[in-house]
Ligand binder design. Structure first.
Ligand SMILES: Nc1ncnc2c1ncn2[C@@H]1O[C@H](COP(=O)(O)OP(=O)(O)OP(=O)(O)O)[C@@H](O)[C@H]1O
Length: 299
């Protein structure tokens, strides 16, 4: 199934145009507004990345999108209907990998995969997944004794088991070593290529750059930008960023440390030349700025 195809397996009816549609989502935890007004869509055959600072509302959005949390306002439609009213057949078409995994700690990795595969009518071969994600090496270990990266691999395998039409991955590569991270990215890309809608969050900007077809930036519980990497950079970066390129002549070298602290003071007083380069703001610049703003707003 190719990109932008809207036919999904197991659905006799016409598939919805978008796998996920969220309109004006609001979710409150006591005094904390996790989602103030989140509206977004995610399409089949695409990888949609939710990006934003810690506490921005990304995981809450995913929890509401999958039906794990009940929104306080707005509307969520997953595979064309409210996820909280999905029947077992529709639920089986959704794969979810949460940040804390939610894994049964007293079971082994192998038992969990074996058991979970019985819950689907047409599961993937769990042994193949186990081998692909390097789970075989710790398949007989109890979940509570697994390392963080090993748990991540197991959670990912469980999310992929039902060959889902919609796949939610909350920070899928967190804690993974470089080799597993690369394999995981290949698996995620393959999911979108077979037609699944993949919705992921990640703080790893290399994940975002290499995987995302579309980026949705959330900060302070609202969507700040939505589009390609270039769209997001031009929406939030206002086109330019400032870079300070500091250089000094030999007699002023010893002043550089002090100059760093007082860089906003007159550079010429230290015999240092200051060059200001103007260039496009990178995605990292944008996220640092958003993060700084959110921290200030929380104070
Ligand atoms: N169950 C909960 N009870 C109370 N507050 C919560 C709960 N879940 C989330 N929050 C709060 O809601 C806000 C948004 O949290 P959320 O986990 O959605 O952020 P996030 O964007 O996923 O952050 P991160 O990148 O750190 O994972 C935070 O201020 C968080 O403390």
């Amino acid at each position: 199934m190719g990109k932008n195809t809207t036919t999904v397996k197991g659905s006799p009816k016409a598939a919805p145009a978008s796998a996920l549609e969220i309109a004006n989502l609001r979710k409150q935890f006591g005094d904390v507004t996790a989602c103030e007004n989140v509206s977004l869509t995610a399409n089949f055959g695409e990888i949609t990345a939710l990006l934003g600072p810690n506490g921005a509302g990304k995981s809450t959005t995913i929890a509401c999108a999958t039906g794990l949390l009940n929104p306080d306002g707005g509307e969520v439609r997953l595979l064309g209907s409210n996820p909280r009213t999905h029947d077992a057949e529709t639920r089986a078409r959704v794969g979810v990998m949460l940040q804390d995994g939610g894994l049964t700690s007293g079971a082994t990795a192998k038992h969990l995969l074996e058991y979970a595969s019985c819950l689907y009518s047409h599961p993937r071969n769990w042994r193949v997944l186990s081998s692909e994600l390097g789970i075989d090496a710790f398949a007989s270990t109890l979940v509570r004794r697994l390392s963080g990266g090993q748990r991540q691999r197991l959670s990912l395998a469980l999310a992929l088991l039902g060959e889902p039409d919609v796949l939610f991955l909350d920070e899928p590569t967190a804690g993974m070593d470089a080799a597993v991270k690369r394999r995981t990215r290949e698996l995620i890309r393959a999911e979108a290529e077979r037609g699944a809608a993949v919705i992921l969050t990640s703080h790893a900007l290399d994940d975002i750059a290499s995987l995302a077809d579309r980026i949705i930036v959330i900060a302070g519980g609202v969507v700040r930008a939505d589009g390609t990497l270039a769209d997001v950079e031009s929406t939030l970066g206002n086109g330019t960023a400032l870079a300070l390129d500091v250089s000094a002549t030999a007699p002023a070298q010893e002043n550089l440390t002090g100059f760093e602290r007082a860089v906003r003071e007159a550079a010429t007083a230290h015999g240092v030349s200051l060059t200001v380069n103007r260039g496009p703001a990178s995605l990292e610049d944008i996220l640092v700025t958003l993060s700084t703003h959110s921290t200030k707003e929380q104070k």
